[in-house]
Write a protein that binds this ligand. Structure first.
Ligand code: GDP
Ligand code: MN
Length: 380
């Protein structure tokens, strides 16, 4: 689960990580009042959207007077950044930047530990630094039984600074951010940039955190921050119905039984140069009601150009599936083609049921996938 910058900064503050003064605003009027309340000449307006690269997209703006706050806030609220609408902005104290650093903790699965990354090239995309000047990123795996004791934090601090005051500041930040990361089951805690101000203070100007969804059951305070997007909403709905559903970016809706077959279906769609819109595993039962529910979830998605139903009948009976599909078709309005491939238990009975219907019936997986991809191409 991702959280907004303003939410992450709330957590930072409660763990003693310095952040600049800021006020959350929901409209232009609030932004103007926030500017007056902060009572500083320069402020930064920052769009609160759950995506990175806001700076590049125009979602971070340094402004110097009330009129500009009004104008830029107004245009920011009209913006979409990576497809996400801007419903909230932060009006923040503008800090005087001397230099920008990068600091993060994330999970290193390969080494089964937390990994810390630190770089004096902050502010820019860390992926770029990793690509062109990887030697400028200092990485260290944190032993979970050791954590971030003083000696380790100091050793890391000396990588960036020799001034003892700054060493002291970064040691605090390293230890506090690590504690925040561990105690809240985070999967990422990133400060980019961590700014050294002209006045000599370290401040987290940006804050990004994501949390392990599987640990949310024991992180009540973090759940409170949840703002599911439309896509996540769909995933939650599907989960509640007992499906496993993953939202993807394509236009071929998929209904498959079994995770393995679903993965193979995705692969074959890609191989045929099509784009799956989702991964949907309806599981092992052949209850027609389940088919009906799965169809309802798919038909809600207006990106779809075609639906591909790929069922292997083991315990699942193909005639049950066919009945579920027919019922769904009768009750729901489907104006896109639906390709069906049924194989296994009672496949002939299943196909017979679909014979005089609007479904495009295929006998093999390859045939079904080619049909679906062709339909998606035809629909443009
Ligand atoms: P991101 O683009 O979504 O990562 O947003 P950031 O919060 O990291 O802001 C992008 C960039 O804007 C930073 O790297 C800074 O260079 C600049 N910036 C952000 N806040 C301030 C500020 O208070 N003062 C100044 N001078 N620049 C800022
Ligand atoms: Mn940033």
């Amino acid at each position: 689960m991702k959280i907004h910058e303003y939410q992450a900064k709330k957590l930072f503050s409660s763990y003693g990580i310095p952040v600049e003064q800021h006020i959350l605003c929901h409209n232009v009027d609030e932004a103007v009042s926030a500017y007056e309340e902060l009572n500083m000449e320069k402020v930064v307006l920052k769009a609160q959207v759950l995506t990175g690269g806001r700076g590049k997209a125009g979602g971070v703006k340094l402004v110097k007077c009330k009129t500009d706050v009004m104008n830029y806030a107004a245009s920011m609220f009209q913006m979409k950044i990576n497809g996400l609408p801007v419903n909230k902005i932060l009006v923040s104290e503008a800090v005087n930047i001397d230099s920008e650093f990068y600091l993060s903790f994330s999970i290193d699965r390969k080494n089964r530990s937390v990994i810390m990354m630190l770089s004096s090239e902050g502010g820019v995309e860390i992926e770029e630094v990793a690509k062109y000047t990887p030697e400028n990123i200092y990485r260290i795996n944190i032993d979970p039984f050791v954590g971030m004791p003083d000696y380790l934090a100091r050793r890391i601090a000396f990588f960036l600074f020799d001034d003892m005051d700054l060493v002291g500041q970064i040691v605090q930040i390293l230890q506090n951010l690590y504690q925040l990361f561990i105690e809240n089951d985070a999967s990422l805690a990133e400060i980019n940039p961590l700014v050294l101000t002209k006045e000599g203070n370290l401040v987290a100007v940006d804050a990004k955190m994501t949390f392990d969804d599987n640990a949310l059951y024991r992180q009540e305070d973090i759940c409170f921050f949840s703002e599911p997007t439309e896509e996540e909403e769909m995933e939650l709905q599907a989960k509640a119905k007992g499906f496993s559903y993953v939202h993807l970016t394509g236009d071929i809706g998929c209904m498959v039984n079994g995770a393995g077959l679903a993965m193979a279906t995705m692969d074959l769609i890609k191989l045929n140069e099509g784009y799956p819109a989702n991964f949907l595993d309806i599981g092992g039962s052949s209850n027609p009601k389940k088919i009906f529910e799965a169809m309802r979830i798919l038909l809600q998605d207006d990106r779809l150009k075609v639906i591909l139903v790929n069922i292997f009948g083991g315990i699942t009976r193909c005639d049950d599936v066919a009945n579920g599909l027919l019922k769904a078709y009768e009750d729901m309005h489907a104006d896109i083609p639906i390709v069906v491939r049924l194989t296994g238990t009672n496949e002939e009975e299943g196909r017979a049921l679909l014979r005089n219907s609007n479904f495009l019936v295929a006998e093999t997986m390859n045939e079904a996938i080619r049909k679906a991809v062709n339909q998606s191409i035809k629909a443009g």
